[in-house]
Write a protein that binds this ligand. Structure first.
Ligand code: MOS
Length: 749
């Protein structure tokens, strides 16, 4: 299936190719003997000290000689006509070096860019922006998705406010419902979530003659480069994009931003470098959000839990942009012969959505997994047993092609054991007292196969120093650490001995860091380059040590003969024999045809609900994942912690709030937009199945960036259901919502 939310269509291409072909595997070169293995261990981050001591350079920290500060003036209105823009007063303010008009015609959301200035100080830039006179003619707006669906609502786009953007079907829905013993219909809602990266968006643009260099806090240096070249009508070969360290992206930094182009245009006009740092408010309004969803599922099953029919309707809202396709988990993860999906996007006068950590899957999983728990209760079945009974080893949405590997049943076994699944209430709501505890779980499926033909180089200098180089970017996940680890292990060195160079478009091509594709793209490319380097060094050493190449072992900073360890060269001695710096090019191989590539997981949550206050506390989460081979256990655990914390946060707190009268966001800050803090974080127990996928790539590893974000809110909602006996079909589960659910239950409705 195509992951079009993030522009990844690799899996689709390979699925097409897979049909009717002989399945084949992939060669996975053996790792060194266990004593010499670093892959899979708990190695600390190579740059951990740099980061925690505040010395790692983030884009926001960078400064340049003669740097100017840019500021974008944005529409305060959700819908208006820009009649005139008068820049003269701003232009005359001392220190102002460039001004730009950006908008003619209609603005369609609060925060849309209208004009921009660059000045010698941040303060002057802000002051100048305040002096720009814009005459607006207000137009009617609609910011509520429910209202936008009404016939009389103001139109956001000419084509109308509701647009069907996805349809899917297999089997015969009516037949499925006719055969079912139980048919249920439920509606689930998720709120708009803001990415709120710790580091807000930042771009710095600097021209030298006709060459542009941009430092950007981005997940995708190559697509920013190509986008800038198009926007400015210059060749991509004249644009260089650099990303140093970044404080989070979660999808909001996957593409080219308005403010990056604006910085480049201001810099060209002023003849000086320009830096634009977005404010927290701008970050909330104009650089994306996770679309809301209203998902109705009608499902039919036999008494024993066998799923027969699923019909899903989704109304999703991504503001002036499109909502999220959220049906993938329902289409794929369980066996069900009769399925129909209809997805509609609803347009409103709010900032456009962007991919947000597992776009669509998060919302679709909340609905599907909630529905399954309600169905299990109706059938009197253990919710986990219901899922086991419908498990499958072949991809359902794509006519039964087998998964390259699937460890979901193992996730169920190990997760259930770790949380103590037997402790759950047999019947939802059975708990005693005013503080009720419950257990819930949910399954997860995601892509994350990685991108074929990703490149990486290993460079060995005659003095023995080693570099590993790729145009990938570390978005906080630990890319530098595993690149160093893989190179070091293959060459018999320690990770600290390897210099990692990433985040620059002058380096060999790598894909954007989104879609959980970085590790399964970059790590096999690095491994390939390092194996080539090791082979070259073995050849040299074999001659010197008078043994065969096969007998040479690279370990502990040496090259030695396996059976004559006293015959050895130090790594620098061997490198010196290369005589000049030697570059070894690595490439990630293809995805073998005949399989579908997905990752799997299951989260188990324990909650306590205070039925007097409506407060939900998440006590414990066991997060079991099968993502092929684990490259670094420590950074993998970090991914799981981050995903779980984000999921706790959106399950309980996060929600963009809009004033329907003004069309403005009322919580565009971190005081009113609630995010989980340390006191809300549960005990988190990551569990990795750690099985090598025998096909996916030369390390047998899948991506883990998004998976731990996918099932967590659903698992929490199901745990709340288990605790209080009424299912929270809407997130965030704020105390007022929980209390009104409890009242509904008491009233017996
Ligand atoms: Mo992610 S939403 O692919 O950064």
């Amino acid at each position: 299936m195509k992951n079009d939310s993030i522009g990844v269509d690799v899996n689709m291409a390979y699925l097409e190719e897979a049909r009717g072909k002989e399945p084949r595997g992939q060669e996975i070169p053996a790792l060194p003997e266990e004593d010499f293995q670093i892959i899979g261990s708990l190695k600390p981050r190579v740059d951990g000290r740099l980061i925690v001591t505040g010395k790692a350079p983030y884009t926001r920290d960078l400064s340049f000689d003669k740097l100017l500060y840019g500021r974008v003036l944005r529409s305060p209105y959700a819908a208006a006509e820009v009649v005139t823009i008068d820049l003269s007063e701003a232009q005359n303010l001392p220190g102002v070096k460039a001004v730009l008009k950006l908008k003619e015609g209609q603005v369609k959301y609060e925060g849309e860019p209208v004009a921009a200035v660059a000045a010698a100080s941040q303060k002057a830039a802000e002051q100048a922006a305040g002096l720009i006179k814009v005459e607006y003619k207000r137009l009617p707006h609609v910011v509520s998705p429910e209202k936008a669906r009404e016939e009389s609502a103001p139109r956001v786009h000419e084509s109308g406010n509701v647009e069907k953007f996805n349809e899917y079907s297999r089997g015969d829905l009516d037949k499925g419902f006719a055969e079912a013993d139980v048919v249920m219909e439920r509606t689930y809602k998720t709120a708009v979530e803001i990415h709120h990266t710790a580091e807000t968006h930042v771009s710095i643009a600097k021209w030298e003659e006709d060459r542009l260099t941009v430092w950007d806090s981005t997940q995708a240096i190559f697509s920013v480069r190509d986008g800038l070249a198009r926007a400015l009508s210059i060749p991509a070969s004249k644009v260089r994009v650099i990303k140093t360290y970044m404080g989070g992206g979660f999808g909001s930094k996957l593409g080219l931003n308005d403010h990056t182009v604006i910085a480049a245009r201001l810099a060209r006009k002023a003849g000086r470098p320009v830096k634009i740092v977005l404010s927290r408010k701008e970050n909330a309004l104009c650089v994306g959000n996770r679309p809301s969803t209203v998902i109705t599922i009608k499902g039919g099953a036999r008494k024993d839990g066998t799923l027969l029919a699923l019909h899903m309707k989704n109304y999703t809202c991504g503001g002036v942009g499109r909502g999220d396709r959220s049906s993938e988990p329902l289409i794929d993860i369980y066996r069900c012969p009769h399925v129909k999906v209809e997805e509609y996007t609803v347009y409103t006068h709010t900032g456009a959505s962007r991919p947000t950590r597992a776009p669509g899957h998060v919302q679709g999983t909340f609905a599907l997994e909630g529905f399954l728990d309600e169905l299990a209760a109706e059938l009197g079945l253990d919710p986990l047993e219901l899922r086991r009974r419908n498990s499958t080893s072949a991809n359902q949405g794509d006519t039964g092609i087998p998964y390259s590997s699937k460890g979901l049943l193992k996730c169920y076994d190990q997760g259930a054991a770790k949380i103590g699944w037997a402790r759950r209430n047999r019947k939802p709501g059975d708990g005693q007292g005013s503080k009720k505890r419950g257990l819930g779980m949910a399954s997860q499926i995601w892509w994350g196969a990685g991108v074929p033909r990703t490149l990486a180089d290993v460079k060995i200098h005659p003095d023995g120093s080693v570099e590993v180089i790729s145009g990938t970017q570390d978005i906080g996940t630990g890319t530098r650490t595993y690149m160093a680890t893989i190179t070091a292990e293959t060459l018999g060195l320690e990770p600290e001995a390897v210099t990692v160079k990433i985040g620059d478009t002058v380096y060999p091509w790598a894909p954007s860091s989104g879609g959980s594709q970085t590790t399964p793209s970059v790590s096999p490319a690095v491994r390939d380059a390092a194996l080539k380097a090791a082979a070259a060094l073995k050849r040299l050493a074999a001659r010197k040590l008078e043994v065969s190449e096969e007998e040479v072992v690279l370990a502990r900073g040496k090259l030695f003969a396996r059976n004559y360890p006293e015959r050895s060269l130090t790594f620098p001695e061997a490198a010196r024999e290369l005589r000049r710096e030697a570059v070894f090019h690595g490439e990630r191989g293809d995805l073998p045809a005949g399989f579908v590539y997905n990752s799997f997981g299951a989260h188990f949550a324990e909650v306590e609900v205070d039925t007097d206050t409506g407060e939900v506390r998440v006590l414990k989460v066991v997060a079991a994942h099968e993502v092929g081979r684990i490259i670094n256990k420590l950074t993998a655990e970090s991914q799981v912690h981050g995903g779980v914390i984000q999921g706790v946060s959106t399950a309980l707190f996060e929600e963009r709030l809009l004033d329907e009268n003004t069309g403005q966001m009322v919580n565009a800050n971190l005081q009113d937009y609630k995010i989980a803090t340390s006191m809300d974080v549960p005990e988190i127990i990551p569990v990795f199945i750690d099985m090598v996928d025998p096909r996916i790539n030369s390390l047998g590893t899948k991506g883990l960036g998004e998976p731990p974000r996918i099932p967590i809110s659903a698992a929490i909602a199901n745990a709340v259901y288990n605790a209080i006996g009424v299912h929270p079909r809407e997130i965030p589960m704020t105390p007022d919502r929980v209390l009104s659910m409890l009242r509904r239950k008491e009233a017996g409705s």
